[in-house]
Design a protein around this ligand. Structure first.
Ligand SMILES: Cc1cc2nc3c(=O)[nH]c(=O)nc-3n(C[C@H](O)[C@H](O)[C@H](O)COP(=O)(O)OP(=O)(O)OC[C@H]3O[C@@H](n4cnc5c(N)ncnc54)[C@H](O)[C@@H]3O)c2cc1C
Length: 403
């Protein structure tokens, strides 16, 4: 009875077993399983961060990334928010990350003519209030910083595609392949950080529904030198400024976005279909295999927290393993408990914001058009958002001391 209680302590009572690994008799051998060696599948931001966290904790780790080179998203930038930076600082990357982060000091919204319709410099205070600015970074630069210690330790394996995984009571057997060779590796624990179209998810939760495609697409690029390459409206060239558009619809020919697109190197223009994953209510692990980042809670990009959540997951999982003396079952359960609510709120808020922004209903569309301006100019709403994302960060964010 006590054993059953322990196994079910973090699970939804209404959940029905979905595969044999869910049966608690199957889980008994895993209860006392510990890990000294961990293989991570996927070298995105989440995978790279968790390897650093686990190396910090003294584990033997290997990172297996299927791309031959480490810049699959070269050229793309993303928003590293104060919470993501606080967590990276916690595992020793504070200075290096600050060097590549371009702080946003002003947030503004422009309309179809390129006129500024709302503006706020509230984010200029983030350094003082949270210890870190909301900043823009190039993804490839963050990857370089995070991969350096892994590469130096000889733990990085590019061109390693994980084709199959089998676990038993004593460990996990991973089949890796590329054009030249196939090989197998045996480890105590496996972490699936292999993103939205995860192979690991399909292996441990074979009946899991696929990620949901919203039929929205994003083209993403970086203009190297906006001053020289464009003559566009100064609202877009303004430095340290995060510019949103008032409506995500077809842009008129006069809109500055066309000049931005024309100035972007086409080889570095990225195209993404937008997907999200609904949260599992029965945990993110089975036995010795655990998930993190987009593989378990992919989110739409509208609140800019996907990579930040993957960073938080990574450090949370590493910390739980250390706290539970590397016992996989209790560490994975506590990790899920710590992360479920926070990541679910992010996924849901991004999803509802997306529905609002793309609605064809004229009334909703009218509200959406004004929403951004209302939010960034409202202290009450901004405080709520900051409270949700930053004050609830698992690593506490201390304000910088006054000089
Ligand atoms: C257009 C767009 C804009 C975004 N903007 C932001 C933003 O501003 N801020 C933010 O926080 N987030 C943003 N995100 C979300 C963010 O990019 C993701 O949430 C984040 O990258 C997830 O990290 P991850 O490590 O979980 O997965 P990924 O970054 O997807 O990494 C998964 C890795 O696993 C590898 N892999 C997959 N399968 C295998 C296999 N079988 N074997 C070996 N390797 C494998 C892949 O090659 C990949 O390198 C944005 C996303 C998009 C699409």
């Amino acid at each position: 009875m006590r054993l059953e209680k322990f196994l079910q302590c973090n699970f939804d009572k209404s959940h029905k077993p979905i595969n044999f690994t869910n049966n608690y008799y199957f889980r008994v051998p895993f209860l006392m399983a510990t890990t000294r060696s961990v293989a991570i599948i996927g070298g995105g931001i989440g995978g790279l961060t968790v390897v650093n966290g686990l190396m910090h904790a003294g584990l033997s780790v290997s990172l297996n990334e299927r791309s031959p080179f480490f810049i699959p998203t070269a050229g793309a930038g993303f928003g590293l928010q104060p919470n993501g930076q606080a967590v990276l600082a916690h595992i020793g990357f504070k200075e290096k990350v600050q060097q590549i982060t371009h702080p946003y000091l002003v947030r503004q919204i422009i309309n179809d003519n390129g006129d500024v319709i709302a503006s706020s410099n509230r984010i200029a205070d983030y350094g003082k209030r949270f210890g870190f600015f909301l900043g823009g970074i190039l993804r490839a630069e963050l990857v370089d910083i995070l991969k350096e210690p892994i590469e130096q330790a000889g733990n990085l394996h590019n061109n390693h595609n994980v084709a199959n995984i089998k676990q038993d009571a004593d460990g996990v057997m991973i089949s890796l392949e590329n054009n030249q060779q196939k090989k197998s590796v045996r480890v105590d624990m496996l972490i699936g950080a292999d993103g939205i179209h995860s192979t690991v998810v399909n292996q441990i939760f074979p009946q899991s529904p696929p990620p949901i495609y919203t039929k929205e697409n994003i083209f993403y690029g970086v203009i190297d030198n906006i001053d020289q390459q464009t003559s566009i409206n100064p609202t877009v060239t303004a430095k340290n400024t995060l510019t949103h558009y008032s409506q995500l619809k077809r842009f008129p020919k006069s809109h500055p976005v066309h000049e931005c697109a024309a100035a972007t190197d086409k080889k570095r223009l990225l195209h993404f279909g937008l997907y999200y994953r609904q949260h599992r209510r029965d945990g993110w692990h089975r036995g010795r295999i655990c998930l993190l980042g987009d593989s378990c809670h992919a989110t739409l990009p509208y609140v800019g927290q996907g990579a930040n959540m993957a960073i938080e997951d990574a450090v949370s999982l590493a910390t739980c393993l250390e706290k539970h003396h590397f016992l996989i079952e209790p560490a994975s359960q506590e990790y899920y408990k710590q992360r479920y609510d926070r990541t679910r709120r992010v996924v849901n808020s991004a999803r509802y914001l997306g529905l609002l922004l793309h609605s064809q209903n004229p009334v909703i569309s009218f509200i959406a058009k004004r929403l951004g301006s209302v939010i960034i100019q409202s202290n009450v709403l901004m405080t709520m958002i900051e409270n949700e994302f930053y004050n609830k960060c698992p690593i506490s964010m201390k304000p910088l001391k006054e000089e």
